[in-house]
Design a protein around this ligand. Sequence first.
Ligand SMILES: Cc1cc2nc3c(=O)[nH]c(=O)nc-3n(C[C@H](O)[C@H](O)[C@H](O)COP(=O)(O)OP(=O)(O)OC[C@H]3O[C@@H](n4cnc5c(N)ncnc54)[C@H](O)[C@@H]3O)c2cc1C
Length: 369
Amino acid sequence: MSKEALHRDVVILGSGPAGLTAAIYTARANLKPLLIDAPADAEKQTAPGGQLMITTDVENYPGFSDGIQGPDLMIEFRRQAERFGTDFLETWISGVDLSNRPFTLHTSDHLISAETLIIATGAAAKWLGIPGEAKVPFGFGGHGVSACATCDGPLPAFRNQELVVIGGGDTAMEEATFLTRYAARVFVAHRREKLRASKIMQQKAFNNPKIEFLWNTAVDEILGSKEHGVTGVSLRNVKSNDQRVFPCSGVFVAIGHKPNTDLFKGQLEMDEIGYLRTSGHSTATNVPGVFACGDVQDSVYRQAVTAAGTGCMAAIDAERFLDHLPVAMPSGEEVTDAGEHITSDHRAIIEPDGSMIPNNPEQLVGSED
Ligand SMILES: Cc1cc2nc3c(=O)[nH]c(=O)nc-3n(C[C@H](O)[C@H](O)[C@H](O)COP(=O)(O)OP(=O)(O)OC[C@H]3O[C@@H](n4cnc5c(N)ncnc54)[C@H](O)[C@@H]3O)c2cc1C
């Protein structure tokens, strides 16, 4: 059976805050974006609407003084993108070819070509897979279990409580340190007797009087009840195998994140974890015409508002590119869709045939005389 062919100026991957914001902007710019989203899949942690679909209270998204439920916020994002004419397609992409423009994307039913591609596929928190960790009603996820201290730490349920952070890397130290602003005490459970975190992050945590370490300790289960949420964890000393119940009111799993970038391996530049590398001055990746926004390119901030912010940037970058204007690349150069390169010092333009012309307005005016 032949596949349906689709061609678009802008194709967006992912319908979290980043992808939907890019859709709102490019749809309002009359670019008729096609937004492709992965179907809901618990194992791959994908869901139309993105990560906020699996949370309850969002208290820090500007514009909602009383807070808003994550899924309700994402319904509003989607309605706004639909209002300006975004087309949606919910399917898995089986392959992408970014070697030539238009770029090609394959699904089981479609062959899609895209003049520009905005990647907003997000990142998934890594979980341990232990009993009690899954989302309510299967566990206490959202009712005492979290993977984001910035998002959930300030919630009333965690204030002045004893909390457990699981992990031994930079993420765990950062989460533990942040949580001490609200919690009575924070216990870091780590399987080894040494941390993997950088020296400076370790030192900050060791110096914090509210943080205590549970060394050689594995968390085997998160305990609780429907009424109270998390009430404790079942701990095991990995050396002696001794088990004990440790009371606490919240658990923050902080063992890292995995950006959803497997599709682009070998085609786009990534850091060692797999986050897409973008220019510091734009959302451009190393392939001209491919932009990345939101958590897929952000291992630092990972918030809905920053994802939406970079989604806006990616849309404006794609618009500029389609208007044949230069866009800043990770190398510091700027490129146009015609293949012109403006050097990082802005002094020269290298044409596609390799010839170099000055980028100095006065010299250009002079050369016309
Ligand atoms: C439990 C929880 C609570 C949170 N609470 C808050 C909070 O209170 N405040 C806050 O600011 N932030 C919060 N965050 C963080 C926030 O959700 C993220 O920073 C934000 O959602 C990132 O947006 P994004 O658009 O980059 O990616 P995501 O929201 O992760 O969306 C990614 C999208 O890409 C899709 N996708 C993935 N792979 C593919 C693929 N191969 N092809 C096509 N589509 C794909 C997914 O289905 C999804 O639609 C929370 C996160 C979690 C997990």
